[in-house]
Design a protein around this ligand. Structure first.
Ligand code: NDP
Length: 244
């Protein structure tokens, strides 16, 4: 295991086309890392790659499609020499009352938030193992608490936490596992909620409480910059005004 830190590594970031993923790409590039930007919206990641310059590679990828991820991993190996850091950030938060009216939300949310992260990690695992890797998993306050109206989203994030804790023990010390648990962050996350009343309520709450994505990105950049002897395994980051 390498004992050195930290700049000049290769970071793969899923969901790099907006919000926390895009902010994390900017923060890691500013710290001297090369970044592979994965998302489905090619125009967004290409624009971000153009902004960041030679250190960035845009790779159109869907975390729910394993073939898309294996193709992405090949590109990262060929163009950047393999991944040292994987940020499993792609996700959706389709809040709403539990029941058949909302059934169409459940499979995509679990396939993206939980199975997507699992598949991405499995596909990039050999690259991460090669020389001391970091696995950063975006969970949520909803991975530690549950409340009415977020049952399946909470299930995806509680699942993320249980899976991450198992991997922490299984993959260490070669790979550090770092779970990030944000509260409300101002991104596009609430845009996709399909239940109208829940969407309006979430947008109002976010207007009042949300912190910028750059604050989460700064914490991720700090966590991966620690010496290899130090692991920040679980980091809960609430807006100061957020009580629940
Ligand atoms: P955004 O909606 O801004 O970003 C979500 C990202 O996920 C987009 O880049 C989107 O890219 C990507 N994505 C969604 N589905 C797929 C897919 N199938 N394949 C590849 N990429 C996909 O929201 P945030 O930045 O807020 O969300 C990032 C993570 O942070 C999520 O896991 C979320 O649960 C978590 N989080 C966010 C909080 C918040 O308050 N904002 C709080 C706690 C956790 P594209 O559509 O281009 O594919």
């Amino acid at each position: 295991m390498s004992t050195t830190t930290t700049s000049g590594r290769v970071a793969v970031i899923t969901g790099a086309s907006s919000g926390i993923g895009a902010a994390t790409a900017r923060a890691l590039a500013a710290d001297g890392h090369r970044v592979a930007l994965l998302a489905r919206r090619a125009d967004r990641i290409q624009a971000l790659a153009a902004e960041l310059g030679d250190v960035a590679l845009a790779v159109e990828a869907d975390v729910t499609a394993r073939r898309s991820l294996t193709a992405a991993a090949e590109q990262v190996a060929d163009r950047l020499g393999g991944a040292d850091i994987l940020v499993n950030n792609a996700g959706m938060m389709l809040l709403g009352p539990f029941g058949s009216e909302q059934h169409a939300d459940y499979a995509p949310m679990l396939q993206t938030n939980l199975l997507g992260a699992i598949t991405t990690t499995e596909v990039f695992l050999d690259q991460l193992r090669d020389g001391g890797g970091d696995l950063v998993n975006l969970s949520s306050v909803a991975g530690r608490t549950a409340r009415p109206g977020n049952a399946v989203y909470a299930a995806s994030k509680w699942g993320m936490n249980g899976w991450s804790e198992s991997l922490r023990q299984e993959l260490g010390p070669d790979i550090r596992v770092i779970v990030i648990e944000p509260g409300a962050v101002a991104t596009e996350l609430t845009d996709h909620i399909t239940h109208a009343d829940t969407k309006a309520g979430a947008e109002k709450l976010y207007e009042q409480t949300a912190i910028p994505a750059e604050e989460i990105a700064a914490v991720i950049a700090f966590a991966v910059s620690r010496p290899r002897s130090v692991s920040l395994n679980e980091i809960l980051i609430r807006p100061t005004v957020q009580t629940g």
